[in-house]
Write a protein that binds this ligand. Structure first.
Ligand code: AHG
Ligand code: MN
Ligand code: MN
Length: 335
């Protein structure tokens, strides 16, 4: 990227605005608001150690897990940014029990609904390992101007207007799609802008990375265990054995696999029969991005994006990534 030939996220969003016949600039403003919240969270993540904001708050979130301070900072950051913006009428977050109808002066007229996992991979905060933020945008179903309700949020992934993630890694990157391909932007801290660094991301059809928490394999379905064993076998043609890579932050694991090719699996386990990951906050948005980059995302039985959600905090098993790798895993699982 030449120093004088940069495209910022803001410029890129405006250039692409005409791709949406119904959009009158609100979606562009909403994406810009989200990117601002992401920059603030990135700043907080970077200074987490020195500002003593790492560590648990002592509270437990609606999923029954310990909540880290940065989760709360991220959550509050999005609520305040989106309330002020006015394009979004309702907000749902992994950190909130229920949908929140935003209370900004213009919020009721907002056309969009946003779902957020403000801090993904929170167990990695304290140890300076990559974490992320995941966002999803839907068009509301109820009439603008009225009070939004849960049906505005509980929509299938195939209704997504946009989705993206931010990975706070060795640099901060924002990757998003509006259904017309996937583009990645790297935060240049010297100018405070996300700059286009990964245009039109396509994920390889094949790969040699498998990512799952193998420590739980005693509780995995036998097909998943057989697939892992297959990944470890020697075979020149399919370049096996594959590499095992698992960070424990879905965003970071999927970001790596998206660029390099790989499969990420969170299967149903004896302890968690529906898997662990949340449909509305993690699986749908990541499925949209991976599909737009040419990959696949399925529960093993159905396409993630076709699931009609029944509740906000619903969990689903997920097999996601490079097309041929996911298909191979499913051969074992559906045997
Ligand atoms: P979150 O920090 O938002 O709760 O998400 C953690 C998720 C996901 O990022 C990751 O892939 C998975 O939990 C890891 O789970 P295990 O520790 O069970 O492997
Ligand atoms: Mn998460
Ligand atoms: Mn989270």
């Amino acid at each position: 990227m030449s120093q004088f030939n940069i495209t910022t996220l803001g410029q890129f969003i405006i250039e692409r605005q005409s791709e949406f016949k119904y959009a009158k600039g609100e979606l562009s403003r909403l994406l810009r608001d989200i990117s601002i919240a992401a920059k603030v969270i990135s700043r907080e993540v970077n200074k987490a150690g020195i500002a003593e904001i790492i560590g648990e708050t002592g509270e437990v979130n609606v999923q029954g897990e310990d909540v880290k301070k940065l989760d709360i900072i991220g959550n509050e950051m999005f609520i305040s940014t989106l309330s002020r913006g006015g394009e979004c009428c309702a907000f749902a977050s992994e950190e909130e029990d229920d949908m929140i109808a935003l209370k900004g002066i213009y919020s009721k007229n907002g056309k969009y609904v946003v779902c957020i996992d403000p801090l993904d991979g929170s167990s990695n905060i304290d140890v300076n390992v990559s974490i992320g933020t995941i966002f999803s945008i839907y068009l509301r179903i109820s009439e603008p101007g009225t009070e939004p309700d849960l049906k505005d949020v509980l929509q299938a992934g195939n209704k997504l207007v946009a989705a993206g993630y931010v990975v706070y890694g060795s640099s901060t990157m924002l990757v998003y799609t509006t259904g017309k391909g996937v583009n990645g932007f790297t935060l240049d801290p010297s100018i405070g802008e996300f700059c286009l660094s990964h245009p039109d991301i396509k994920t390889p059809k094949d790969g040699s990375i498998y990512s799952l928490n193998e420590g739980n394999s005693i509780d995995f379905p036998s097909g998943v265990v057989e697939y892992i064993n297959w990944c470890k076998q020697k075979d020149k043609e399919t370049k096996r054995p594959y590499s095992a890579r698992y960070i424990g932050s879905m965003v970071a694991d999927l970001h790596r696999n998206l660029l390099k090719g790989g499969v990420f699996i969170y299967p149903p386990t004896a302890k968690t029969p529906n898997g662990k990951l949340r449909l509305m906050f993690e699986c749908n948005p990541m499925a949209f991005i991976v599909e737009q980059a040419g990959g696949i995302a399925t529960t093993g039985k159905e396409r993630i994006m076709d699931i009609e959600p029944s509740e906000l905090h619903q969990r689903v098993p997920i097999f996601i990534g490079s097309e041929n790798m996911v298909k191979k895993a499913l051969e074992f699982v559906n045997k």
